[in-house]
Ligand binder design. Structure first.
Ligand SMILES: Cc1ncc(C[n+]2csc(CCOP(=O)(O)OP(=O)(O)O)c2C)c(N)n1
Ligand SMILES: [Mg+2]
Length: 704
């Protein structure tokens, strides 16, 4: 039977079951407080340059407050955007913290590292606000991941505490045009996730009309035939409508465990941000917007029927005075300490081995203890290929860690297009090993939401190049710990095959691992054989940081990469290079599929070459490389990635500075030329460093 098409309900008056009278005094107080914050920033702190980047929520505020007051389940997860301060207040952020954010003071959402309206709030027994991002649309897929994690924790981990929890995402009308919106919508509807899409339609994306974001400017109307989605819409400034619709929307998601999209129209009563004069709006539009101010409407609705004019004034005065003193206290807070600006890029370990844990995200904050690993391999049986090694490691970790989930395109019944997950869904079930929609942004955004909800996501990106659509989520995940000053982190493992395999091509054979090294907050592992793949993958799966695990296609079944399985506890700490071949006349630094080629070249070169396999590029083993080069006085760096700004450039720069007086010859690099990977084997051979070319380069360098 076909899934029912979306039902659309415009506001028709309060439905008796759903209608709950909000605490109007609380709503009024929060609305006045939000207005006072906006007002003081706009009229005083921005002109005085104490706030550098200001976003007003005037007009959006009222309905957000109503929504926030309903998110009372301890496992509700909310993703927000820059106009979301009112919901933050409703969810319990103290006025002083709310004021301290834009003032870039200590103790705020990021301690001055990020714009003050890029919010976050660890759950601590209430709703979690996942770290917001500056990129419009980036908030959607992590919310879907949180919703999927709710289901996982309820059903697979049998935690009844998650029975009524929901995920809520807030977005503007323009955000409904982004990839993230559509990716999350696909996830929420195909998986029937308990997720509310809350769209605040103010008719503008900065200055651009909502008619350019969706035909006719109404995303709710256009989604009418979208299967599996309940749609509600109405006026976000009308007290009765807004209260009823927010209540109905949340109740539906909680009770039916299914997605809802609620579109509320709201006026944006100030410019897009403090700098925006709104010159693109006609005086008539501005007047119409002012007439819709929800503050005036709330006053007319409440006074005198619900409470008196003097009570209204008392609440307004109290809110204003509370905000004024909160701003004063926030201004008295210290400015951030420049000395620690480089802290919290990765999980930090104290000298005593203790970890300064993030407040939320990953397994450790919830007390999970990983089994301790051994760094000594205990090789078992015959040699296995790298693919089997990866599969077996995933299998062992899936068996010992019920929070670990494996997913990606085709990883389910097919077992992955490379075969790494073959049989794992059959063994562990569809909740733990599953296929996803074809959206890399969805895969990584979902992983972020799941990790923040306390799971360990292991995502597969089918080929390195196809991580491109996920670049925003990958970048935002990497910077999360730093951005939130260790409040949040999203440890995960992203497996990513790439590199040439018999032939090359621009789509399946790119390596470009350096992109993740250059980005902030990712560990990057590039194993060169089956034993290292086991040790590095296990370290990644038991770590507290996000890891890119690069699987070279030529090595998945390559004979040279086969090794005996090193044991179920075998781990290789990151940042420890391996001397593959000791030598005294020249050092080669390499990794991945080039290791084997360098070994072959070294063996036939007639030069006493030391070959170092870095194994991980972030962190990389600087001291091993320096020690070797100080001994051999010559260095050749070989990699498959393009030369310009490849990781070899970084190694060369470090050697030029730190080993300058030890060098007898210029540092040499042998890499792909700056072209995409070519398809024809003839062209590929000409592009990728071959054992023969490596050997000639060794000889040349040795002769200088
Ligand atoms: C990916 C991305 N592109 C562009 C921007 C710049 N930008 C910031 S807000 C915005 C408009 C968003 O409008 P809407 O989603 O309707 O929210 P509103 O500001 O109206 O509440 C744009 C283009 C951005 N932050 N991120
Ligand atoms: Mg808008």
């Amino acid at each position: 039977m076909a899934a029912p098409a979306a039902s659309i309900a415009r506001f028709t008056g309060p439905s008796p079951q759903a209608w709950q009278q909000p605490d109007w005094k609380r709503v009024s107080y929060l609305l006045h407080a939000s207005r006072a914050l906006d007002d003081i920033e706009e009229s005083k702190l921005l002109p005085e340059r104490k706030v550098l980047y200001q976003f007003s929520a005037r007009g959006h505020d009222f309905a957000q407050i109503l929504l926030g007051l309903q998110l009372t389940d301890p496992h509700d997860g909310v993703t927000v955007y820059y106009r979301s301060r009112p919901i933050m207040l409703a969810l319990g952020v103290a006025l002083e913290d709310a004021a301290a954010g834009p003032l870039a003071r200590v103790g705020s959402f990021s301690g001055g590292r990020d714009i003050g309206v890029v919010f976050n709030m660890p759950g601590k027994g209430g709703a979690s606000v996942l770290p917001a991002c500056g990129g419009v649309g980036a908030q959607y897929t992590p919310a879907a991941g949180w919703a999927q994690a709710i289901r996982y924790r309820r059903e697979a981990l049998d935690d009844v505490g998650y029975s009524r929890s929901v995920a809520v995402v807030l977005g503007g009308d323009a955000s409904a045009a982004t990839n993230g919106f559509w990716s999350a919508l696909t996830m929420a509807t195909t998986l029937k996730l308990p997720m509310l899409f809350y769209i605040e339609d103010n008719g503008f994306g900065i200055s651009v009309s909502s008619k350019l974001q969706t035909p006719g400017g109404n995303i709710a109307a256009n989604l009418r035939s979208f299967a599996g989605l309940t749609i509600l819409e109405g006026d976000g400034t009308d007290p009765t409508q807004a209260a009823d619709l927010t209540a109905r929307a949340v109740a539906h998601v909680r009770d039916q465990r299914a997605p809802v999209l609620l579109r509320l129209t709201v006026p944006r009563l100030s410019g897009h941000s403090g700098q925006d004069t709104q010159a693109y709006k006609s005086p008539e539009v501005v007047a119409l917007e002012r007439a819709r101010d929800p503050l005036g409407k709330l006053h007319n609705y409440l006074v005198p029927g619900v409470f008196s004019e003097s009570e209204w004034t008392r609440i307004a005065t109290q809110a204003r005075s509370d905000v004024e003193s909160a701003v004063e206290r926030a201004l008295a807070r210290p400015l951030p300490n420049p000395d620690d600006v480089t802290r919290y890029v990765f999980s930090e370990c104290g000298v005593d081995g203790s970890i300064e844990l993030q407040q939320q995200g990953g397994l450790l904050p919830e007390g999970h203890v990983f089994p301790s690993g051994v760094t000594q391999a205990h090789p078992e049986g015959t040699r296995i290929n790298m693919l089997t090694a990866i599969r077996r490691t995933l299998d062992v970790e899936l068996a010992s860690n019920s929070r670990l989930v494996v997913f990606g395109e085709d990883v389910g019944p097919k077992g992955g297009v490379h075969g790494a997950t073959l049989g794992l869904q059959e063994k562990y079930g569809v909740e733990r090993v599953f296929d996803t929609s074809l959206s890399e942004e969805g895969i990584i955004g979902r992983a972020v939401g799941m990790s923040l909800a306390g799971l360990l996501p292991v995502a597969e990106i089918q080929f390195r190049k196809y991580a491109d659509p996920a670049a925003e989520q990958l970048n935002d995940c990497g910077t999360m710990r730093w951005r939130t000053r260790n409040r949040f982190a999203a440890p995960m493992v992203v497996r990513m095959p790439g590199g040439f395999f018999k032939c090359g091509d621009p789509w399946h054979s790119q390596t470009n691992e350096v992109a993740w090294v250059h980005g902030v907050g990712w560990h990057v592992a590039v194993p060169s054989n089956a034993e290292d793949a086991v040790g590095l993958l296990r370290s990644a799966l038991r770590g507290n940081d996000p890891v890119i695990f690069f699987e070279h296609r030529a090595m998945l079944d390559g004979a040279g990469a086969r090794r005996p399985y090193p044991g179920d506890d075998y781990v290789i700490p990151f940042g420890k290079a391996r001397v593959v071949r000791a030598g005294s006349e020249l050092t080669i630094v390499t990794w991945g599929a080039m290791v084997e080629r360098c070994e072959q070249a070294a063996a036939t070169s007639g030069v006493d070459v030391e070959v170092i396999d870095l194994r991980t590029l972030s962190p990389w083993d600087k001291s091993a490389v320096l020690a070797s080069v100080e001994k051999t006085r010559r260095c050749l760096i070989v990699h498959e990635d393009n030369g310009t700004a490849g990781f070899g450039a970084e190694i060369a720069a470090v050697l030029a500075k730190e080993a300058f007086f030890s060098l007898d010859a210029p540092i040499e690099r042998l890499t792909m030329p700056d072209i995409p990977s070519p398809h024809s084997p003839v062209l590929l051979d000409a592009a990728v460093p071959s054992p023969e070319r490596i050997m000639r380069t060794i000889q040349q360098l040795a002769s200088i």
